[in-house]
Design a protein around this ligand. Structure first.
Ligand code: DQA
Length: 138
């Protein structure tokens, strides 16, 4: 089983950025824990602050991975291009968010990805990623 986590803009600041919303852990530390927890699967990680790089990565992995866990961060709410990329690839995508986007500002209630995703997991902190991996395994 080959899965990839793709994180969008500002998620490179996890641990430093608004810790009351996003927590105190860096993603690198969390990713190492995930690799240990799911040692039987091939788990890759990509982060970019640039919309086109996220689209390029979706094209690259979207025909040969078993699953994509995508937190497009702010681009979730703005990017027709990322939404179209998710629609155009074969690999199923689970949209994840650390915070519960539906309990926040109304602009975060819109997703250009959700309609083409296998499902959406939002509001469980970093555990949102763990739940997405588990759902691919079952
Ligand atoms: C986020 C929620 C988005 O609204 C926000 O722009 C982010 C992070 C989350 O994981 O909770 O950067 O995707």
């Amino acid at each position: 089983m080959k899965l990839i986590i793709i994180n969008g803009p500002n998620l490179s600041l996890l641990g430093k950025r608004e810790p009351e919303i996003y927590g105190a852990n860096s993603f690198d530390t969390f990713f190492k824990e995930l690799q240990q927890k799911f040692e039987n699967i091939e788990l890759a990680y990509f982060q970019s602050n640039i919309e086109g790089e996220i689209i390029d990565k979706l094209h690259e992995v979207g025909f040969n991975y078993d699953g994509i866990i995508l937190n497009a961060a702010a681009y979730t709410h703005t990017s027709v291009g990322i939404g179209d990329a998710v629609k155009g690839i074969e690999t199923p995508v689970i949209e994840v968010h650390i915070s519960n986007v539906h309990s926040r500002e109304t602009f975060r209630h819109v997703s250009y990805i959700a309609g083409n995703a296998k499902g959406v997991i939002s509001g469980f902190g970093l555990q949102s990623y763990t739940l997405a991996i588990q759902s691919f395994l079952e």
